[in-house]
Ligand binder design. Structure first.
Ligand code: HEC
Ligand code: HEC
Ligand code: HEC
Ligand code: HEC
Ligand code: HEC
Length: 405
């Protein structure tokens, strides 16, 4: 062993250490707030020229490319509403928008500079300077919240702390970890308006993070991801999903005999949503208490709407009947015709896009004639799709024989 190798080894170690600290320390040192402030600038700055040693696959921003190595996230993401955040409901409105309005929508629906550049090119907006780079797919903006929206900045990949260590040289020059990915504030960027945002009757129209902050889930460190990304799944199920919606509610029916009558009391609790049920003014839920006779006749004996309803121009609150986290309501009704063998049940009708359906139908009836063929087709498709998202289920049943004596 000569003197040369002795000095070379510590030097290499020091170089490695300095390199390790330089990549890791900057991000690890950033608080969640500071990390997110950098991460969620709008528009997300253009990724720029990819590192020259990268393959075409590593440089691509297309989710289909990520799918080559991250198939599970891609399969789930494909089914999620984040993937479909640029559906007909927003597209028909963008047909009529100027670039400033479009920017205000894309901030949450397709926030990358490259996506804004593609839309500008398509709409012929000359006031947007940057041209889309030639290595991105021409429909990147139509794919909504693509993987790169949450995971790439200047071609650097970011993710949550790795579950296990992968040996060897990683594709896309590895990645940087940050705790922010597991935090509710990561989602708040698009699911919470700032305090100067639009309000209805004094309440922020988008207030999910604040609602969550006031629940026991926040106290127990159960972030949005705990319910919406279990095992880090990329499905983000919500009110559009039957099982997820069912999991928000605990429902019970009690039947009380009172001489010749039966008094039915249905109690409904928001026991599973980590915020108001529903959190926004878009969905409407109709609860119906029904008496079903032995020969199958259905008699509705009570009902209640769960929603935050506004007028169509969103200037006036009509009512706010959302259920706060943990809140319970009851629907009570009497029946004097129920006999043993009959049942009482609570039926739930969910319309996840009700406010949009109403607004769009109103627009169609007043302005439909002046719209271009393409815009009209998108508007009609948005209404049809909105109605197709409606679903219903029976939350619970109670048979009269259960308590008859
Ligand atoms: C050639 C294969 C390959 C391609 C293409 C690829 N990745 Fe990766 N990626 C890996 C490997 C391997 C790792 C490290 C092991 C792991 O976490 O899966 C990784 C890690 C990651 C991580 C960090 C995971 C964590 O634990 O925090 C993220 C996020 C990520 N990739 C996102 C992407 C995105 C987004 C794309 C597309 C723009 C992409 N990757 C394209 C192979 C690839
Ligand atoms: C602060 C983030 C944010 C901004 C800004 C924003 N949206 Fe949304 N948008 C959302 C969220 C979150 C939902 C999902 C609501 C739900 O599922 O109840 C949504 C849903 C929608 C929907 C219904 C779903 C669909 O695809 O049909 C439409 C339409 C829509 N937004 C249009 C717009 C338009 C037009 C603009 C600009 C004027 C805009 N949004 C600006 C966050 C945003
Ligand atoms: C709306 C933001 C968002 C989008 C879009 C998104 N992700 Fe993620 N991803 C996250 C978050 C947040 C986490 C961490 C979740 C947690 O810690 O519970 C994550 C985690 C990951 C991980 C680490 C998984 C693990 O088990 O350790 C990989 C890999 C990944 N994402 C790849 C992708 C790919 C590929 C796509 C596109 C097909 C994609 N992501 C789209 C937000 C996103
Ligand atoms: C860049 C903006 C953005 C970020 C970040 C984001 N979302 Fe979303 N999210 C949206 C938009 C826009 C929609 C509505 C898409 C549509 O329907 O058109 C949406 C829809 C959803 C839905 C579907 C609700 C339904 O109506 O069924 C859930 C659940 C959701 N997001 C949860 C999350 C969670 C949890 C996070 C954080 C890990 C997150 N989102 C991060 C913009 C975002
Ligand atoms: C304890 C579990 C839980 C937590 C924590 C939670 N959610 Fe939800 N979320 C649900 C359930 C269940 C639904 C379906 C019922 C509903 O719409 O309220 C839902 C629905 C939604 C929807 C659909 C739209 C709507 O009008 O209801 C969005 C968007 C959403 N959540 C975002 C978030 C965000 C953002 C956070 C964190 C700030 C979060 N959620 C925290 C369980 C949870």
């Amino acid at each position: 062993m000569n003197k040369m190798t002795l000095t070379v080894i510590p030097l290499a170690l020091i170089t490695a250490l300095v390199w390790y600290l330089s990549i890791g320390s900057e991000e690890r040192g950033l608080s969640i707030e500071d990390f997110l402030q950098q991460h969620w600038r709008y528009p997300i700055p253009a990724q720029g020229v990819p590192p020259s040693q990268w393959s075409e696959l590593e440089a691509s921003l297309d989710p289909q490319s990520c799918a080559t190595c991250h198939p599970q996230q891609h399969i789930h993401w494909e089914q999620s509403l984040h993937r479909h955040a640029m559906g007909p409901g927003i597209l028909w409105q963008l047909q009529l928008a100027d670039i400033d309005t479009a920017r205000s929508c894309l901030r949450c629906h397709a926030p990358m500079s490259e996506q804004l550049a593609l839309l500008s090119q398509q709409r012929g907006w000359t006031d947007f300077v940057a041209k889309p780079p030639n290595y991105i797919s021409p429909n990147l903006h139509q794919q909504g919240l693509v993987c790169a929206v949450c995971h790439l900045r200047s071609h650097q990949h970011y993710g949550p702390p790795a579950k296990s260590i992968t040996e060897g040289v990683l594709p896309h020059s590895g990645f940087k970890e940050h705790q922010a990915f597991g935090d509710s504030r990561f989602c708040a960027n698009c699911h919470q308006f700032a305090s100067d945002g639009p309000r209805l009757n004094g309440k922020l129209r988008e207030d999910t993070y604040q609602q969550w902050s006031a629940t026991l889930y926040a106290d127990n460190n159960q972030q949005c991801q705990y319910c919406h990304m279990p095992d880090r799944q990329h499905l983000w199920k919500g009110i559009h999903d039957r099982e997820m919606t069912q999991s928000a509610l605990s429902v019970n029916i009690e039947l009380i005999h009172d001489d010749e009558k039966i008094n039915a009391v249905a109690s409904i609790t928001n026991s599973g949503a980590g915020h108001h049920f529903p959190t926004y003014l878009v969905p409407e839920i109709l609860l119906r208490l029904e008496h079903v006779t032995a020969d199958g006749a259905v008699i509705e004996i009570g009902r209640r709407i769960i929603a935050w309803r506004a007028n169509l121009s969103l200037t006036e609150e009509l009512f706010d009947q959302r259920l706060a986290s943990g809140e319970q309501i009851t629907i009570q009704a009497e029946s004097d015709s129920a006999v043993v063998g009959d049942i009482f049940r609570l039926r739930v009708n969910v319309s996840p896009r009700e406010h949009y359906i109403r607004t769009f139908e109103d627009y169609l009836s007043r302005h439909g004639a002046s719209l271009s063929g393409e815009t009209l087709a998108l508007l009609r498709q948005a209404i049809t799709e909105g109605k197709q998202k409606r679903f219903e289920f029976v939350a619970t049943t109670k048979s009269v024989s259960d308590i008859a004596n």
